[in-house]
Ligand binder design. Sequence first.
Ligand code: NAD
Length: 462
Amino acid sequence: MLSKNQKILVTGAGGFIGGALISALRKQGYRDLRGVDIKPFDQWYQRSEDVENISMDLNLKENCERAAKGADEIYNLAANMGGMGFIEANKALCMLSVLINTHMLQAALKHGAKRFFYASSACVYNGDKQKTFEAPSLKEEDAYPALAEDGYGWEKLFSERMCRHFREDFRLYTRVARFHNVYGPWGTWFGGREKAPAAICRKVIEAKISGKNEIEIWGSGNQTRSFMFIDDCTEGIQKIMDSEILEPINLGSSEAVTINQLVDITEGIAGIKLKRNYDLSAPKGVNGRNSDNTLIKKYLGWEPSTPLRVGMEKTYRWIYDGSRAHRFEWGWKRRIDGSTTSTWLGSVANRAWSGSLLFHPRACTHPASERMDCSLTMWLFCNKWAMSFSQSVRPWLYFVMLIGCAGVVQWQNRSFPSFGRRFDSCRPLQIFAQAGIPPSNREQDHQPVLPEYEDLERLNPF
Ligand code: NAD
């Protein structure tokens, strides 16, 4: 185990697992952390002020060397990845992640990193062993003879081998875990890269809010999978890094469910029952897959154990809040995990403004009114621009923006006094009605007139 002041590098730090790992390390008291990701900072899911954050492309060797310089321990989580829809449509892109791991291994060796962790995947397993729906538990040896998932899986298998040979030939301390479907708060939940648990939460929420009461499911819904909660994943990563486990090992939950059962769980959490439409032409991956945890239990006396229902409740709640924020704030996403005053001030300014938009009487406009949309759009563009400034400058920018947007609203109010003062289509009431939090006598008193979800998406400038 490392002392708390040694330097730790996490690649893919702007992503789901990388962000969660940095967060876990911070909580454990590690202070010399470096996070690297190709994404611009405003797209990182979590980012902390007290971490050395770098936005750069780790496909390039010189950038890997810069990232690895001085690092005692390296967690390589950067990769092009996503759910089945993404990896089936982007095989070459997924295979190009081989550049990241290759250059990171070389850089780790060059700069004398003490330990190197590589995030592999259950997609390395032989497809022939995953043809039945009975959720075959995959043992580590089932990766060979090799018949991995085309593209993404082959890259993972190759990179696993590369880690092994760097260990054997160059004595680099490498550890490899094969993750099985990780889910939880701060994961991707829209945009095409999301995985089944997040996608199903989002679809259930959409169905509930829109009142359509239907859900589209990819495949027959009989595919079996196991899903590991993010906290188990970060704990397992560290345990494996600290262990004597030399060969790639499963890191996944052994609680297998069908996709239909996953939908049942999500519907139960949402308190709703939906009509299911099965899209048999959509990408669905292998028929059955589960994690055999015999080996990890033998080595560590531990396995991921968060019950799916518990993890899904936390995930659903987080996506629900996010989707409400997405609607309420028209595309804002809270991506900053710091607790510094400047962040706090920025977020208070954000919330004060969105609250005033929601509850100001003049915000109670008919959807046809463009008054609030105009100032909202202005605010959102300014907000995106402000995100590119450092956190110490941002509160001042928010302050100026707040005055500016308030001025726009005032000007609109004066110029068009009769425009859109309809309490019967009051925005908060619409939102409560649509979100399933009924104000009293909702049906009788108010006819919610919220634009269609697609319209919101279209109007959302991000
Ligand atoms: P993620 O997509 O949220 O994070 C990966 C991050 O890597 C992204 O933020 C991305 O921008 C970054 N990245 C991609 N190319 C880069 C480059 N050239 N330079 C720098 N950064 C780059 O995915 P995740 O779920 O956090 O996955 C982390 C790792 O775990 C990946 O290696 C993934 O293959 C593996 N894995 C994840 C799962 C899962 O269920 N989430 C399952 C199996 C394996």
